[in-house]
Design a protein around this ligand. Structure first.
Ligand SMILES: [Mn+2]
Length: 338
């Protein structure tokens, strides 16, 4: 069958059974700066029917308390993902080759009502889970984690563990009387019974709080905290080991607020806090979480208007790449020893 295809859709066949899994556009045929930006230049989900891992954007930022702009996150992360290559030397695997990974586009939601948007996002994620086994979600502000977690609970058949990378607790009760904001998703998720309270942790917490009681209220929900100074002290491998002992082998959701990174590594975000993780530390923690029972994941709070030279969207794309690797396994290169 010879059918004309636009040059940007020359996709590399991948997988053991050559051709059954469609990989990214071949960068040796079409330069990285050409063509339409899907995540990592992967096919759209409509082109493959069903995906083992779907990448979906949620361009919503009406829940922010400081700088806006995360609604532009998904498109910037896709642009930042053009440099990703198909082989991951840290794991010896091709993360796009064990299962079909595809870009599922964006979930459209209203920017004018946060309550309506939360419902629309939940519906969108539920619909998408008919077509994808696992999701990596690109935000958007952190509000979006709540509707995603509602769907994760149903996907897992019960409350899920949570590894939450963030400068902030995001377990506050409300802002200006509003329950659904980017500072409250994990309080709501706890109240709704979406989380296994014995298997939830924050990583990278730092900076000033409203009161000393913030930590007490957070602890009462069950959260354990691996603060940013602690991460620097014990290192990525020990952080990952402690996280594994907290969440165990049961289904776990990973939520990455890009502000967990120091503003030097992620300036393009809404509520930056000095003293954060380095990109290298966070990437190494994610690599060391190999074997985690990952039910789903997000990367949120990338705000391109405050970014410089794509610093933030580049690291966000690489974090999503690691999350895809932890979601689908990836096919090992038998010839690769390192
Ligand atoms: Mn957050």
């Amino acid at each position: 069958m010879s059918r004309h295809r636009p040059v940007s859709y020359i996709l590399q066949p991948m997988g053991d059974d050559e051709g059954t899994i469609r990989g990214p556009v071949d960068a040796f045929t079409v330069p990285r700066f050409a063509g339409i930006s899907t995540f990592a230049r992967l096919p759209m989900i409509d082109e493959v029917g069903h995906a083992g891992v779907g990448i979906v954007g949620v361009p919503f930022d009406s829940g922010v308390t400081y700088r806006p702009g995360a609604r532009l996150g998904p498109s910037a992360i896709r642009a930042g993902s053009r440099l990703l290559r198909p082989f991951d030397p840290h794991t010896g695997r091709y993360p796009f080759a064990a299962t079909q990974v595809a870009d599922a586009g964006d979930i459209a939601c209203t920017p004018f009502s946060t309550e309506d948007a939360v419902m629309q996002i939940e519906r969108g994620v539920r619909d998408l889970l008919e077509r994808a086994d696992r999701l990596v979600v690109l935000g958007g502000d952190h509000t979006i984690a709540l509707p995603v977690l509602r769907c994760m609970k149903d996907l897992a058949g019960g409350p899920v563990g949570l590894i939450h990378f963030d400068a902030h607790l995001d377990t506050w009760d409300s802002y200006f009387g509003a329950s659904y904001t980017h500072g409250t998703p994990f309080r709501r998720a706890s109240e709704e019974g979406l989380l296994r309270s014995s298997a939830i942790a924050h990583v990278g917490i730092r900076g000033p709080l409203y009161s000393g009681d913030d930590l007490g209220q957070d602890e009462a929900l069950g959260f354990q905290i691996l603060s940013a100074p602690l991460v620097a002290r014990i290192g990525p491998e020990e952080v990952a080991a402690r996280l594994r002992s907290i969440v165990g082998d049961d289904p776990t959701y990973v939520s990455i607020d890009i502000d967990v990174l120091d503003p030097a590594f992620a300036p393009g975000t809404g509520t930056p806090e000095p003293g954060g993780l380095q990109s290298r530390e966070l990437l190494e923690i994610l690599r060391a979480l190999e074997g985690l029972n990952l039910i789903g994941a997000d990367v949120v709070e990338v705000s391109p208007p405050f970014d410089h030279a794509e610093i933030t969207s580049l690291v966000a794309a690489n974090l999503a790449y690691e999350l895809i690797g932890r979601s689908g396994g990836g096919r090992r290169d038998p010839a690769y020893e390192h």
